[in-house]
Design a protein around this ligand. Structure first.
Ligand SMILES: Cc1ncc(COP(=O)(O)O)c(C=O)c1O
Length: 490
C-alpha cells in the first residue's frame, strides 16, 4: 500500500526557494539580452557548433540538479547562445526567416508568464487573439464574416486550409464517409514551384500524390495557365473531380507570384476551392507596388501566411484565414461534454479556437503581434516590407554591375538568386564552385544566404526578410562573394 500521507509530508513546488536571488538573475538576463541584440551586428552571422558542445548535449537525463540557475545560465551563454541559427543577424538571408524584435522577446516573456492556454475559456488572451485575427482580415482584405486561426507556421496553416477545402466539398461527405467511400476522385492543382509542405498536406488529407497535379511553370517560375487548363480538361474527361487550386503569393525558390486573379476566375468557373499559399508574400498585399499582383488574395477561399516571416514576429506565428467562416467551423467541430461552452464563468466566453483547427492546447502567439502593431503601427511594417523589396532590387543591380556575378532569374519580390561565374566553366563546374563558395561564406561568419537549384544551376539565394539589413550589408555580401570566389579559383 502506498503511504500517501508520507509523500505529502514533504510537499514541493517548482517556484524558486529564493525569489530575490532569482529576480536579480532575471534582471541580469534582460540586460544581457539587450546588449546582445543591440550588438548582434558585431557577431558572426553563423558559426558551427563545436564537437565539444554537441557531445555535451548528449548527456543522459539529469535525475538530480546539475547546478543552480545561475550556473545553468552561464552554460547557456557559453554553449548554446553563440551557435544559434543566426536569423537575428542583419546578414542572415537563409530560407525565409524573420528576425524577431525586442518587443517580441518581451511579449513572449509576458505571454509565458500568463501561461494562458487558448484552447477554451473566458480570458483576456482569447480576446487579444480574436482582435489580431480581425486585424489580419483587414490587412489582407478579407470580409468580416471570414474566420481565422493562428498556427505554428505556414505548413500547418496550409494543411488546415486543405482540410477545410476537403471537408467543405459536398457538405462534408468526406468527414462521414472518408475519401475511400466517396464515388468521386478528388484532385488538387498547384505549380511545380509550390512549397513541399503543400505536397505533405495533400498526402495528409488523403488525396495522395497521384492526384496532386504539379503543373509546370513558365520561364518566370509561375504556373503555366495553359497547361493548367489542359490538365483540368483532361481530368474532367477522365471523370475526376477538381477540388482545389493552390496559388503562390511568392514561391519559396524565387519569390515568383502566380497569376492569382486568373486562377481565382478558373476556380469560380470550375467551382473549385481557391487556396493561396502566401507564407512569404501575403503580408505585402497593401504595399503600393504589389497591389496589382496581390489584389486577388482578397478573392481566395483561404490564405495561409506567416507572421514570423515578413512581419518579423518572433517564432512561431503562422495564420490561416478562411472566407467562409461557417465552412471553417464545420470542418473541425466535434461537440464534447468536457469542452461545452457555459453561459458564465471560466468556461464562458467566445467560441473555442479548437473548433477551427487540429490543436486544442495553444500558446498565446498573438500577444507579440498585438504589442508590435500598437507600438509600430501597420504602416511601419509595410514600409519595412517595401524596404526589403527595394533592397532585393538593389542587390540585383549590384550583381548586374559585377562582372563575375550572374543573376539566375529576375527579382520579383524579396528573393535574389545569383551565382559566381568567373567564365570558362560549364554549369556542372559552376555548381560545385558555388556550393563551395556558399559553405565558405557561412564559415566566414560574414553572411548567411541559402541556396537552391534553378534549371539545374546552383544558386546562391538571398531572401531579404530582415528589418536589420542595410544597403551596406548587401555591398559587403557582394564583395565577399567575389573575394571568396577568387580565393577558391586560386
Ligand atoms: C512559400 C512557403 N510556403 C510554406 C512555407 C512553410 O512555412 P513554415 O516554415 O512557417 O511552416 C514556407 C517556408 O519557408 C514557404 O516559403
Amino acid at each position: 500500500m502506498v503511504n500517501y500521507n508520507e509523500i505529502l509530508e514533504t510537499e514541493e513546488t517548482l517556484d524558486p526557494s529564493d525569489w530575490e536571488a532569482q529576480r536579480l538573475l532575471a534582471h541580469r538576463m534582460i540586460d544581457d539580452v539587450f546588449s546582445f541584440v543591440s550588438g548582434v551586428r558585431e557577431q558572426p552571422a553563423w558559426q558551427p557548433v563545436p564537437e565539444k558542445v554537441k557531445d555535451l548535449l548528449q548527456a543522459s537525463v539529469p535525475a538530480a540538479p546539475t547546478g543552480d540557475l545561475t550556473s545553468i545560465y552561464e552554460r547557456f551563454k557559453k554553449d548554446i547562445l553563440p551557435y544559434r541559427k543566426g536569423s537575428i543577424h542583419p546578414m542572415f538571408f537563409s530560407w525565409v526567416e524573420g528576425n524577431g524584435t525586442i518587443t517580441g522577446v518581451l511579449a513572449d516573456m509576458l505571454a509565458s508568464t500568463m501561461n494562458s492556454n487558448l484552447a477554451i475559456g473566458d480570458h483576456s488572451a482569447v480576446y487579444v487573439e480574436r482582435q489580431v485575427i480581425e486585424w489580419m482580415k483587414q490587412w489582407l482584405g478579407f470580409p468580416a464574416t471570414a474566420s481565422g486561426i493562428f498556427t505554428g507556421g505556414g505548413s500547418v496553416a496550409n494543411v488546415t486550409a486543405l482540410i477545410v477545402a476537403r471537408n467543405a466539398y459536398r457538405d462534408g461527405v468526406a468527414r462521414e464517409e472518408g475519401l475511400k467511400h466517396m464515388p468521386e476522385q478528388l484532385v488538387v492543382y498547384c505549380s511545380t514551384e509550390t512549397h513541399n509542405c503543400v505536397f505533405k498536406a495533400v498526402e495528409t488529407i488523403g488525396i495522395g500524390n497521384r492526384y496532386l497535379r504539379r503543373i509546370p511553370v513558365t520561364a518566370g517560375f509561375t504556373i503555366d495557365m495553359e497547361l493548367l487548363r489542359l490538365q483540368l480538361e483532361k481530368d474532367k474527361r477522365a471523370g475526376l473531380t477538381p477540388l482545389c487550386l493552390i496559388g503562390n503569393a511568392g514561391t519559396v525558390n524565387t519569390g515568383a507570384i502566380d497569376p492569382l486573379e486568373e486562377m481565382a476566375a478558373i476556380c469560380r468557373q470550375e467551382s473549385m476551392w481557391f487556396h493561396i499559399d502566401g507564407a512569404i508574400g501575403a503580408l505585402a498585399k497593401p504595399v503600393p507596388e504589389m497591389q496589382d499582383a496581390f489584389q486577388a488574395i482578397a478573392l481566395a477561399d483561404s490564405v495561409a501566411f506567416d507572421l514570423h516571416k515578413w512581419m518579423y514576429v518572433n517564432y512561431e506565428a503562422g495564420c490561416l484565414l478562411v472566407r467562409d467562416g461557417i465552412a471553417h467551423k464545420n470542418a473541425f467541430s466535434h461537440p464534447a461534454n468536457y469542452l461545452a461552452r457555459h453561459e458564465r464563468g471560466l468556461a464562458g466566453g467566445p467560441e473555442s479556437f479548437s473548433g477551427y483547427g487540429l490543436e486544442l492546447s495553444r500558446s498565446f502567439k498573438s500577444l507579440k503581434i498585438w504589442m508590435g502593431l500598437q507600438e509600430q503601427g501597420m504602416d511601419k511594417y509595410l514600409r519595412l516590407i517595401r524596404q526589403n523589396i527595394a533592397q532585393a532590387f538593389y542587390l540585383q543591380q549590384l550583381v548586374h554591375e559585377t562582372d563575375t556575378l550572374e543573376m539566375l532569374t529576375p527579382v520579383t519580390l524579396n528573393i535574389v538568386c545569383y551565382r559566381y561565374n568567373p567564365g570558362g566553366q560549364d554549369d556542372d563546374q559552376l555548381n560545385v564552385l558555388n556550393k563551395e563558395l556558399l559553405m565558405r561564406l557561412h564559415e566566414s561568419g560574414v553572411a548567411a544566404p541559402s541556396y537552391t537549384i534553378l534549371g539545374g544551376r546552383y544558386a546562391i539565394r538571398v531572401s531579404i526578410t530582415n528589418h536589420r539589413t542595410t544597403r551596406a550589408d548587401l555591398q559587403k555580401l557582394v564583395s565577399h562573394t567575389v573575394l571568396t570566389g577568387k580565393e577558391i579559383m586560386g
